[in-house]
Design a protein around this ligand. Structure first.
Ligand SMILES: Nc1ncnc2c1ncn2[C@@H]1O[C@H](COP(=O)(O)OP(=O)(O)OP(=O)(O)O)[C@@H](O)[C@H]1O
Ligand SMILES: [Mg+2]
Length: 379
């Protein structure tokens, strides 16, 4: 009978521990073994309390449930893993007429899982960046020589028509130089910290995008006025946020699919059209960007729980991030635009990371949101 039950628990995606009244582990399902990064053998008959950093809180919860004071208790604990501890929601439930006394469910914070994914991505990008930087350094010197030689050649040319060719060499060398400089630059720069209100950053980006795109895009501000000041490098945050906003603007205006989408009103908000859906929702607008700020309490970001995290996002109603790019979008030199160099997002991610934060995104046709999450150290 017990074997049959444990087989069933092993099929669950949720992590489950089955314990006796003393909190001794009788079974640990496969999902929990994966989560704890330990084998069933190493866990069986050991005390469940050892799996948690906050032993006291766990023991108290166990006492309540095993003493039948409560049938179920839910609490947040730090889970002990071989190399780190992670926050998790833990539920203890009293079992009736079962071979075990108490069932413990463990759910890792979704935030944490997401943050961990981002962390992995960041390290992956770091490796790429090193390679690109080395390559950029290698390209830099011959490029200078190439350009100089083309200039010398140009001076020797008698036929002005031929200068067209040397000019191509010089222009393309200059273009490569800009690319190479952008690849090398970020690693050299240090943060210059000051007291910043995130809305100064938003306003600066608003002004720049407005000047650049004028009436072609509607820009909506959706600010949470309660966001306190923070210590940050204003210029760097502006640069990171501007890269996100510019991407949104470029996607809205230069993407053929998105243009036809606005013309036909298809992907944005089809359902809001037509007499049968005459609700209060805004009509499918033209190209629109929303600059949004929010504050999160007790948020898990890059291995730490932060008391306050500010989320500053750019939302657009364009065609969305191309499917085939979604996994690699933060990698350097990955672009979906003919004129793009594919460095904007990787630089923005790096700048956010320098501030202890990160950038993440969700995208579907008609709604794309790039969020910069920054821990807010109170000033
Ligand atoms: N808001 C968005 N909507 C749709 N696609 C986006 C959006 N933001 C980014 N992308 C996609 O991600 C790609 C990579 O963006 P990234 O900013 O890194 O490079 P880029 O814009 O192509 O070039 P660069 O920023 O260096 O000029 C873009 O080319 C685009 O395909
Ligand atoms: Mg860009």
């Amino acid at each position: 009978m017990a074997t049959k039950f444990t087989d069933a628990y092993d099929l669950l995606a949720t992590s489950v521990l089955l314990v006796d009244d003393d909190g001794r582990l009788l079974h640990v399902n496969s999902a929990a073994q994966d989560l704890l990064e330990r084998s069933l053998k190493s866990l069986e008959r050991t005390a469940a309390v050892d799996l948690f950093i906050d032993a006291q809180a766990f023991t108290k919860a166990l006492d309540y449930v095993s003493g039948r004071k409560l049938s179920s208790v839910r609490l947040t604990l730090s889970l002990r893993k071989p190399l780190e501890s992670v926050p998790a929601n833990v539920t203890l439930t009293r079992l009736l007429a079962m071979p075990w006394s108490i069932l413990i469910e463990i759910r890792e914070f979704e935030q944490h899982a997401l943050a961990e994914r981002n962390e992995r991505l960041f390290h992956e990008i770091e490796i790429y960046k090193d390679t690109f930087r080395n390559l950029a350094h290698e390209v830099k010197n011959p490029l200078g020589g190439l350009r100089g030689a083309a200039q010398l050649l140009e001076m020797e040319l008698q036929d002005p028509a031929l200068k067209e060719y040397t000019q191509v060499i010089i222009d393309e060398a200059d273009r490569l130089q800009v690319l190479v400089d952008r690849l090398i630059r970020p690693s050299q720069s240090q943060l210059s910290m000051s007291v910043v209100n995130i809305h100064e950053v938003c306003e600066r980006v608003h002004a720049l995008i407005k000047a650049e795109y004028q009436d072609r895009i509607t820009i909506v501000k959706d600010y949470d006025a309660s966001v306190p000041d923070m210590k940050a490098d204003m210029a760097k945050l502006v640069q990171a946020y501007l890269n996100l906003a510019r991407n949104a603007a470029q996607s809205l205006l230069s993407d053929d699919r998105s243009r036809s989408q606005f013309e036909s009103g298809s992907a944005v908000d089809d359902t809001a059209r037509g007499p049968q859906h005459s609700d209060d929702r805004p009509q499918p607008a033209g190209p629109q960007i929303t600059l949004r700020t929010r504050i999160l309490n007790k948020f898990y970001l890059l291995n730490k729980v932060h008391r306050l995290v500010v989320v500053v996002s750019v939302v657009d109603n364009g065609a969305g991030v191309p499917m085939q790019l979604k996994d690699r979008i933060f990698h350097p030199l990955v672009t979906g635009r003919a004129q793009g160099t594919g460095l904007g997002l990787s630089l923005a991610q790096e700048l956010a990371h320098q501030h202890g934060g990160l950038i993440e995104f969700d995208s579907e046709p008609g709604h794309t949101e790039f969020r910069m999450l920054l821990p807010l150290e109170q000033v």
